[in-house]
Design a protein around this ligand. Structure first.
Ligand SMILES: C[S@@+](CC[C@H](N)C(=O)[O-])C[C@H]1O[C@@H](n2cnc3c(N)ncnc32)[C@H](O)[C@@H]1O
Length: 236
């Protein structure tokens, strides 16, 4: 796969794997063919118009950060053909799996940044997104690694700015401590409002939301999962 979305060396350090097991030849061919058609190439300077990424202007644009193998994104994209989906995932094998899903379902409304989501967040205009998903982000359980966690105050500020007023940020985790950390950070972000009214609101996956692969594994080994939904306030 070519270097990264900006065509140059990555500007920031991204933690974790970029490639796991070697891809099968059929997967490699799919990557080469399909990725070029759906890949987001970030402009050298200036903002990226997300609506212009799609063949017809979408009703709304939804973003998934760290889509893993892409099953959640693909299922939502199939259910909402009038919504434009942007997925960010630097893990090559995950991108390859997502491309397989996009091809299998014939989806025309998904675009992919095969790189660090922060590169994209910095290039989107204010209010460009209706929904942002961050599902089972790497929890980085060791204290000395906490600074690698994605949902820190700066990224929350950025996400809040990119959400249209009334838009949603959806977060899920099976890691209690990381969940508390993300929730505490989000509660300190004045432009976001936590939507939970009762325990069931954060103990059960929101209605209409497909499961993710990671979530399936967590539930399979008996780890409870937590789901946090935040709404972008009208006034920041
Ligand atoms: C624990 S996995 C969860 C994957 C998927 N959301 C799921 O629930 O099955 C976390 C994913 O986030 C991706 N990730 C980590 N840092 C990222 C970043 N800065 N931008 C985009 N994706 C990132 C990782 O490559 C990994 O695939």
């Amino acid at each position: 796969m070519p270097e990264n979305a900006t065509g140059g060396p990555a500007r920031r350090r991204l933690y974790g794997r970029k490639q796991g097991h070697r891809l099968r030849p059929a997967r490699r061919a799919l990557l080469a063919d399909m990725l070029e058609r759906v890949r987001i190439v970030l402009p050298e300077a200036g903002a990226l118009d997300p609506a212009a990424l799609f063949p017809t202007p979408p009703r709304e644009v939804w973003l998934e950060i760290g889509f893993g193998s892409g099953e959640h994104m693909a299922e939502l994209a199939a259910a909402h053909p009038d919504v434009g989906f942007i997925g960010c995932e630097p893990f090559v094998n995950g991108v390859s799996a997502a491309l397989g899903e996009i091809a299998r379902r014939g989806l025309a409304n998904v675009r992919i940044l095969d790189d660090d989501a922060r590169l994209l967040l910095e290039r989107l205009p204010d209010g460009a997104l209706e929904r942002v998903y961050l599902l089972f982000p790497d929890p980085w359980p060791k204290k000395r690694h906490h600074r690698r966690r994605f949902l820190d105050a700066a990224n929350l500020r950025l996400i809040a700015r990119l959400l249209r007023p009334g838009g949603l940020l959806q977060v899920a985790t099976d890691h209690m401590e990381c969940g508390r950390w993300m929730l505490a950070n989000a509660l300190r972000e004045p432009a976001l409002e936590w939507l939970a009214e009762r325990a069931a609101d954060w103990k059960a996956r929101p209605a209409g939301e497909p499961a993710t692969r990671y979530e399936g594994k967590a539930l399979g080994r008996g780890s409870p999962c937590h789901y946090f939904r935040f709404r972008r306030r009208q006034v920041a």
